[in-house]
Write a protein that binds this ligand. Sequence first.
Ligand code: DGL
Length: 273
Amino acid sequence: MNASPIGVFDSGLGGLTAVKELRKILPGEDIVYFGDTGRVPYGSRGKETIVHYAKQDIAFLLSKGVKSILIACGTVSSTLPPAVMQGLPVPCAGVVGATVAAAAAATQNGKVGVIGTEATIRSGSYEAAMKQLAPNVTCFAAACPLFVPLVENGHFLKGDRVAIPVAEEYLAPIKAAGVDTLIMGCTHYPLLADVIAEEMGSGVTLVDAGLQAAQQTKQSLANLGLLNGRQTGGQVAYYVSDVPARFNQLAQTFLGEYAGGAIEQINIEDYNL
Ligand code: DGL
């Protein structure tokens, strides 16, 4: 048993979608969340910058004594070299492995779509992981750079007239490829699930990266004997790198039931691996 908190980080507040899932399945665990709100977005940046930022984010969480790290950000999960994750003093996993496993199990026709930020799609991470796990499954990937700002500006509900034409444009090639499963490989996309589902049609299974990664975190903490054994009462401490002003509004969007919890601004430049 280990009473230390679980660390979760993201380029911004989108990773709260993973926190929401973790809270549902591990309500007794404490969580430390870091959102790099001062430097978001990561998804349009180059590899070196993303790796540098991610190492600082990890160093901050380690300074808080976390027992494991969940990289909720699809962009970081796709870009950070596995050697960095494996070299940490605590178990650390991103969203790619768990998500690909779920998609491989879900597909019937061996055609899986992958959507994410530009950096995620450029990395080819999902295709590479699928090749390893299920070589007979073919991935069809598309970057959807406008999805993040759409969500952050409230354009994500079913029938949204701004989101629908954007989704049509981005998803057309994947739809034409005949996928029966679609990986939503970015923190923000679960909020657009209704719009995406409408566009893809009812026969397509959507795989939520945050949900899969949360379930994998629970499983691996259990396997390692690192759960704290409590069934209720877990607390979340939130840290951000920009002023916390927009936190309340966006946290509501991503967490659903943001019930409060301390929010603190930190200087992320003070941390490095
Ligand atoms: N959190 C990022 C991801 O999941 C989306 C936002 C960004 O581009 O930083 O890829």
